[in-house]
Write a protein that binds this ligand. Structure first.
Ligand SMILES: Cc1cc2nc3c(=O)[nH]c(=O)nc-3n(C[C@H](O)[C@H](O)[C@H](O)COP(=O)(O)OP(=O)(O)OC[C@H]3O[C@@H](n4cnc5c(N)ncnc54)[C@H](O)[C@@H]3O)c2cc1C
Length: 257
């Protein structure tokens, strides 16, 4: 059995010159947990070219969705950015990852901090009632350079609220905090600075972050993860794993080569 499914692209949406998303068919036997990633890609010269991608879709959705960067000379995305409805895409059969609600101890506020395409796993997580159950509120922070890169704003602020099953969770518990670094916007600044300075909590009328009550999920650049790694270590935060619940979990949104 091949290590991947061959699916068909259903729709493509270009958010900016450097960011797009697409949906594709989903094999009914492909199961994943909200927040996981899988290897996806294209057949190039009869060989699979695959990269890690987080699922944007809820685990219960009939189709799959992915949010992708466009790297001009990137082996995969220089090609993937040109896909059209009807084209084949490869989806790895083995989803993995640690950004799972079950890896965290229950708490007061769950902070989901994503930069750039690091939003992707959180899109899946906010479409899962199990994400909300252990927490009083879920704060989704998305940091980008420009407003155009703040993908899925409409889905987060409107569609989810109106959803038959998820609407109640989203209305009661989900707080969305988009921020950009290079343009004027309602919230400005780097996710790290906003969190560490306490501005984000002040803006939302929340108490300062405390290890005793709060939980953090992080998905971003290697630099962002390094900044937070040091902060968590200093504060004595316990990292959650697939076998032990903790106070925070982190995952790279990409790897620097
Ligand atoms: C666990 C994990 C999950 C990932 N999930 C996603 C996802 O949901 N969406 C997505 O677009 N990418 C994701 N990536 C990155 C992805 O695997 C590829 O690196 C990306 O698709 C580019 O592939 P490429 O072959 O075109 O270029 P690569 O050779 O893979 O990358 C070239 C360079 O581009 C930059 N780069 C790569 N990916 C990104 C990115 N996402 N944002 C900013 N800069 C980047 C890096 O500097 C990298 O060195 C994930 C990576 C990991 C490790």
């Amino acid at each position: 059995m091949a290590a991947f499914y061959e699916e068909k692209v259903l729709a493509v949406h270009h958010w900016t010159d450097s960011l797009f998303s697409f949906t594709c068919t989903r094999d009914p036997t492909f199961r994943f947990k909200s927040g996981q990633f899988s290897m996806i890609g294209l057949m190039i010269d009869d060989r699979p070219l695959l990269r890690a991608y987080s699922m944007v879709s809820g685990h219960w959705e009939e189709t799959l969705e992915f949010l992708s960067i466009k790297v001009a000379d990137g082996p995969l995305t220089s090609r993937l950015q040109h896909i059209r409805p009807g084209d084949p895409v490869l989806i790895g059969r083995k989803p993995v990852g640690t950004l799972l609600a079950e890896t965290l101890l229950p708490g007061r506020t769950l902070y989901m901090l994503g930069t750039g395409t690091g939003l992707a796993p959180f899109m899946s997580l906010i479409k899962d009632p199990d994400t909300y159950e252990p927490f009083e509120r879920v704060v989704l922070v998305h940091g980008c350079r420009t407003v155009g890169e703040l993908a899925y704003q409409e889905q987060i602020t409107r569609e989810l609220h109106a959803h038959e099953l998820l609407g109640e969770f989203a209305r009661d518990k989900l707080v969305y905090y988009p921020t950009v670094t290079r343009e004027p916007f309602i919230h400005q600044g780097r996710v790290t600075d906003l969190m560490f300075s306490g501005k984000l909590q002040a803006d939302l009328g929340l108490d300062p972050v405390e290890r005793a009550h709060d939980r953090v999920m992080l998905c971003g650049s290697p630099g962002l993860l390094a900044d937070y790694g040091a902060w968590f270590e200093q504060g004595g935060w316990v990292e959650g794993t697939n076998t032990r619940q903790g106070e925070y979990v982190i995952e790279k949104a990409f790897v620097e080569k």
